[in-house]
Design a protein around this ligand. Structure first.
Ligand code: GLA
Length: 358
């Protein structure tokens, strides 16, 4: 699958207000291709070979911008901000002041509110770097946007590396004290999008602990061991092996939808999870500097979703591994802080690295 490495762009429709949207395609010499749009910073496709060298798209999503504009529920492929996952009742206190956020998930605020970063048009710049072709995306979030304090300047750089890694570097600065939790919400099906259930995928998550949730998927504030529970993925285990177990946490979430407290809390890039699809032989390794990862098994997907090439995405046809700080951290002082102050630079790195097993 030799190819010319580089980055190209094409027009990809218009925002409702008429601004033009682009789709960028990053390619490396091994034939891996990643398509990313500056609408929501969405990873629209990732094409990687299976164990026989046959390329396949392993990312759920839509063929066109219209699909993404019309979907406010799945967050397929998108950059998430200002705050990944839920903030209880869309409310938190910072420096003695109560902030109220846009509510978009029951009584809670999910993934940045109604107009999160996933629905914004980012300013894009294609770059060629020593590490590989890169797409730099910038977005300035206004003071008060979706209820969050401070004008926030965000920069996300996606780089496709020579050894089949998609590296995401997030940086941000603020002009007022604020809270921030950035992630990417790509759904994977390593056998190929539209190939059905991800339950056969063999998952390893390098975490001895997780943050238990209540029935509204809000952290209780506890940090609990995974040992002896169906949430234990310290040893490679098929996703479906225990997903129907009679365990209250699984019932609340309708499957896996948990923040794992990663064993590495150093802030340095460390292996967080490995997923292997036994059918195609594709392997995904996730490295991150973040302290947590949300493992979500597409429990809210339903057959109404018509994705790429007319594929219907059903319940559990994709999984996410969202590197992050813990959900609802602003309301849990015992969780690693998500505060960002003027003069500080937020910086996190995540790598989705692809390969195959025999
Ligand atoms: C995250 C959450 C899930 C769900 C999805 C989007 O993964 O943890 O509960 O909201 O986003 O559908």
């Amino acid at each position: 699958m030799a190819a010319t490495p580089g980055i190209t762009s094409q027009p990809w429709g218009k925002m409702p207000d008429g601004r033009p949207v682009q789709l960028f395609t990053l390619a490396n010499a091994r034939g891996m291709r990643v398509a990313i749009t500056n609408y929501g910073g969405i990873v629209q496709s990732i094409v990687v070979p299976d164990r026989h060298g046959k390329p396949g798209d392993v990312v759920l999503g839509y063929n066109s911008l219209a699909g993404y504009l019309g979907d406010t529920a799945t967050y397929f492929g998108a950059l998430i901000g200002r705050y990944a996952n839920r903030i209880a009742f869309g409310r938190f206190t910072l420096d003695g002041r109560v902030y109220r956020l846009a509510i978009n998930n029951g009584k809670n605020s999910l993934h940045g509110g109604i107009y999160g970063f996933n629905r914004r048009l980012w300013t894009a710049r294609a770059r060629t770097t020593p590490a590989g072709p890169a797409l730099e995306l910038r977005y300035t979030s206004q003071d008060g946007e979706e209820g969050y304090p401070g004008e926030l300047a965000v920069r996300v750089v996606y780089t496709l590396t020579a050894n089949d890694g998609l590296r995401i570097v997030y940086t941000a600065t603020t002009d007022k004290d604020t809270v921030l939790n950035l992630t990417n919400h790509t759904y994977f099906n390593l056998d190929g999008e539209g190939h059905g259930s991800i339950l056969p995928t063999v998952m390893t998550i390098y975490a001895h602990h997780y943050t238990p949730i209540n029935a509204n998927l809000i952290p209780t504030g506890k940090i609990a061991p995974v040992e002896g529970t169906p949430l234990d993925f310290l040893r490679p285990t098929p996703v479906g092996a225990r997903i129907r177990d009679n365990f209250a946490q699984l019932k609340y979430a309708g499957g896996y939808d948990f923040n794992y407290v990663l064993d590495s809390q150093s802030g340095r890039l460390a292996l967080a999870a490995t997923a292997v699809d036994p059918r195609s032989g594709r392997r995904l390794r996730v490295y991150t500097t973040q302290p947590g990862i949300q493992f979500y098994t597409g429990n809210f997907l339903n057959s109404k979703i018509r994705g790429k090439h007319g594929h219907v995405y059903n319940f559990r046809d994709g999984f996410t591994l969202e590197t992050q700080h813990y959900p609802d951290s602003p309301n849990h002082p015992n969780f690693p802080t998500t505060e960002l102050k003027p003069g500080q630079t937020f910086r996190q790195t995540t790598v989705y690295a692809f390969g195959t097993v025999r």
